[in-house]
Design a protein around this ligand. Structure first.
Ligand SMILES: [Zn+2]
Length: 426
């Protein structure tokens, strides 16, 4: 995916918003159709059937007819893709799209280009013997920093070219989020070549330090500054106090959303740059295996058995999710396929990376690690990262237990580890 910030003119914006509305409407119709389906009923219509129904619907509805047929059909294609990926993508069943929240549409390129087989020969239709023509997005580079793209009904729309090359794609997706338009071209980037140095890096992800590397570097995912956080709270407070439905309420919420978008952009930027750096510099990248889903499980409990420290756990969950641990690994693997490995997490933070001794007393505090056996001193996160880089599965034997490890009890000296939130110990 290559994504750019898009800047439609005030004349183009209403048309783009209409595309969003049409795409959302068609998508939601598809959701409704499929929500009807129950076990034993005839299967819900597929894309081809839905496209036929769309043609009928366009004949009857003037509002739909006024819109672009490609945009509406692509919404159905998107739905079909989401439906097909519901078990693998992690989002589950496709659900409703909401106004102001899920604004976007997909456009299929209007340019016709000949398609080729993988071996470079022209692709022909087996029945007619004619050259198969594929679609391509119509793009134009204006200068070093700007390019423009043809959007149906809008003409040329400019976008900020933040990388040197124009992307080559069959389709693109336009989104509006927090008041910002973006264009994303559907291209699968080439994986980054391994440097070939044989170097291995271990990464320990944590709450205080987002990613501690085994070479001693500590990388932190950017957040809002203290000043920005104060501003955010101010806008949220003002919005909450403003009368319902007032212009001021909307304006204050919009200001808060803008700050949130800034933070999200900063994090995304950090994630992309960090994962590229890792893929370029190291041959093998080892992450400690985290089960983020069970780590961020709610501590709420049940009505009969209410949990303890629910609010504290909720706060921690928020921090864990904000750090984007899962995404860092996912993006790294996308750029360096087959070069990312998972190392089981238990004991990586308690084991001495110099002598292998496992003792919970070695972890003096969140940041300090002093081996109780050999006296090795190190930053605790760095120590864990070195253990991850070593990549071994550590099974504490009787010796380790004699040293004081009590793996089945929750230890108060450790920062939250998956051990007590769901990952079974050996
Ligand atoms: Zn030691």
């Amino acid at each position: 995916m290559s994504r750019f910030r898009m800047y439609p003119t005030p004349q183009q914006e209403p048309q783009m918003l209409r595309h969003c509305a049409h795409a959302r409407y068609v998508w939601n119709l598809a959701v409704e159709q499929h929500a009807h389906w129950k076990l034993g009923r005839k299967s819900a219509p597929g894309v081809a059937e839905q496209c036929r129904q769309l043609t009928e619907a366009r004949r009857e509805s003037e509002w739909l007819r006024a819109g672009n047929v490609d945009v509406q059909q692509q919404a159905l294609q998107d739905f079909a893709k989401a439906k097909a990926a519901r078990f693998t993508a992690g989002f589950g069943e496709p659900t409703w799209r909401k106004k102001h929240k899920h604004e976007g549409f997909r456009v299929i390129g209007t340019d016709r280009v000949p398609e080729f087989n993988e071996d470079g020969t022209a692709k022909t239709n087996p029945n007619t013997g004619k050259q198969v023509m594929g679609r391509s997005v119509v793009l134009q580079k204006l200068n070093r920093r700007w390019a423009q793209v043809k959007v149906p009904g809008c003409g040329w729309v400019r976008f900020r070219l933040s990388r040197p090359e124009l992307p080559k794609a069959k389709t693109f997706r336009v989104t509006l989020r927090n008041g910002q338009w973006h264009i994303a071209f559907a291209v699968i980037p080439e994986p980054i070549d391994a440097p070939g140095s044989g170097e291995i890096i271990g990464i320990d992800r944590g709450v205080t330090i987002t990613a501690a590397l085994s070479d001693g570097r500590k990388l932190n995912c950017p957040q809002l500054t203290a000043k920005e956080r104060v501003q955010m709270r101010k806008h949220q407070r003002r919005a909450a106090r403003a009368p319902r439905g007032s212009h001021r309420k909307t304006a204050e919420y919009a200001k808060a959303a803008k700050l949130r978008a800034r933070e999200a952009n900063r994090r995304k930027d950090w994630r992309e740059k960090t994962s590229t750096m890792l893929a370029r510099t190291y041959d093998t990248i080892r992450f400690e295996k985290l089960n983020i889903k069970s780590m961020t499980a709610s501590a709420k409990g049940t009505v009969d058995k209410p949990g303890t420290k629910v609010r504290q756990k909720a706060g921690l969950n928020r921090v864990i999710l904000a750090q984007g641990w899962g995404l860092l690994r996912q993006r790294t693997e996308g750029k360096a396929p087959d070069r990312v490995e998972d190392v089981p997490a238990p004991y990586t933070s308690l084991r001495c990376s110099a002598c292998g001794w496992i003792d919970k007393d070695s972890r003096k505090s969140q940041a300090e690690f002093v081996c109780s056996s050999c006296g090795f001193t190190c930053n605790a996160d760095e120590n864990a990262a070195i253990n991850v880089a070593a990549g071994q599965v550590i099974r504490p034997g009787p010796l380790a237990r004699a040293g004081g490890t009590t793996p089945h009890q929750r230890s108060s000296v450790r920062e939250p580890q998956p051990a007590w939130v769901g990952i079974p110990l050996f």
